[in-house]
Design a protein around this ligand. Structure first.
Ligand SMILES: Nc1ncnc2c1ncn2[C@@H]1O[C@H](COP(=O)(O)OP(=O)(O)OP(=O)(O)O)[C@@H](O)[C@H]1O
Ligand SMILES: [Mg+2]
Length: 393
């Protein structure tokens, strides 16, 4: 249970007051709030516009100083550099460098976490595939639609395989299929023991994935608790059965009338949500191979984000006596196939690298062109670095 787990975030008396030029209080964004988030929890931070969600998130990231109160992330100040490495953050507005391509964007953020070149490339490829942007890897992110920018932002938040993910409006601008994928991904991260804090106005999304919610209004916590406790209406009961014949319905109604002494009740048919219906329509279109020029959802989760899961399945199979179950055999086969594909991919990349270095050796002209290209790239990266420094200060 979450109560026994270590606290990942703990805030006591946390407050933030924005002041004007003359140091007069301008806005009390967060007002004396206490909360704790434990390892493995998925928590929704909700509230209307201007209620203090983003301000709280920025304090958790060490981007804003609290005016009062204590705040610890993994037991330390959120401004500690080592702590930042364990956090993945999706900002409310995507801060992307419009001249970098999708691949270069992920590579850049990977380099901020000192990942090796191979690791950066592997993770970037897996993430692009996962968020449905593989086919636009070489397009500049400045040309991306809102939903595409959200997707690359999500991929960027996961490049360091963080223990704590803070997602400010992760599903805003995404189509229902994208929302579903983000929700599935969050559930998978939860299964891997990650802690996730989400802010969102899309309450049905929050309801689907969060264990617990904190509702802010005017910078104060107005309600907090597990969704089950908050949303279950214990004063009413509901029984769902297969569609009933009229004579059975009549019998049930008779029993209810006799026993409920005049209290009102109703019988109706359960409804699917619009999301379920929409996803069904799209699945059918896909099954009929209808083409689209939009985002191509792979439905695959980046391998490095789910390794533990796979390993657990295979280990379970190895420790079981006798023949492995079909599920385990399939998992083993999938792992073997993936490893084989990975090997071939790495081999291809190595060949590409070798070929490009051979081409460069051929003549001074090509050497100069290659140098120009790499200067251009490092210029872009240092420009991006400067902007990022500005944002963090
Ligand atoms: N940099 C700032 N300077 C002055 N006031 C600010 C600043 N940032 C936020 N505020 C104020 O703090 C309050 C809380 O803002 P915040 O951005 O945290 O709200 P939010 O809950 O994230 O809202 P939304 O749902 O619209 O994103 C608002 O009154 C806002 O005007
Ligand atoms: Mg906000």
């Amino acid at each position: 249970m979450a109560e026994n787990k270590a606290p990942v975030i703990s805030a006591v008396g946390l407050s933030k007051v924005f002041r004007d030029f003359w140091n007069r209080p301008k806005a009390k964004a967060v007002s004396d709030i206490d909360f704790e988030i434990r390892e493995g929890e998925v928590v929704g931070l909700l509230g209307p516009n201007g209620s203090g969600k983003s301000t709280t998130v920025k304090m958790l990231l060490g981007l804003l100083y609290p005016t009062a109160g204590q705040l610890a992330v993994f037991g330390r100040s959120p401004r500690t550099v080592a702590i930042k490495k364990r956090i993945g953050y999706l900002p409310e507005e995507s801060y992307l460098y419009k001249y970098l391509t999708a691949m270069e964007t992920l590579d850049f953020f990977g380099s901020l976490f000192n990942l090796s070149k191979t690791e950066r490339r592997n993770r970037s490829e897996q993430l692009l595939d996962m968020v449905g942007l593989s086919h636009v890897r070489s397009r500049r992110v400045g040309e991306f639609s809102k939903g595409m920018a959200r997707r690359i932002g999500l991929a960027q938040a996961m490049i360091n395989d963080p223990s704590l993910l803070i997602l400010d409006e992760p599903t805003s601008g995404l189509d229902p299929l994208g929302c579903k994928e983000v929700k599935d991904l969050i559930m998978l991260l939860k299964k891997r023991g990650k802690t996730v804090l989400i802010t969102s106005h899309l309450l049905s999304d929050v309801e689907d994935i969060c264990d617990r919610v904190i509702i802010l209004y005017g910078g104060k916590i107005r309600a907090e608790g597990p969704l089950n406790d908050l949303l279950t209406v214990t004063e009413a009961s509901r029984i769902t059965t297969p569609a009933m014949q009229p004579e059975i319905t009549e019998k049930v109604l008779k029993i209810l009338r006799e026993n409920l002494s005049g209290e009102e009740f109703n019988i109706d048919h359960p409804r699917r949500t619009l999301e379920e219906f929409f996803l069904d329509v799209i699945d059918k279109a896909k099954a009929e191979s209808v083409t689209t020029s939009g985002v191509v959802n792979s439905g695959r989760i980046a391998e490095y984000l789910q390794e533990d899961d796979k390993a657990a399945k295979v280990l379970a199979g190895l420790s079981a006596s006798g023949d492995p179950s079909p599920e385990v055999a399939a998992a083993k086969k999938a792992v073997d196939e993936k490893q084989e594909q990975q090997k071939i991919k790495q081999e291809n990349l190595r060949i590409q690298e070798l070929t490009s270095s051979l081409t460069v050796e051929k003549g001074p002209e090509k050497q100069a062109a290659a140098e120009e290209f790499s200067n251009l790239k490092s210029e872009k990266l240092s420009e991006a670095n400067e902007k990022l420094k500005d944002l963090l200060n």
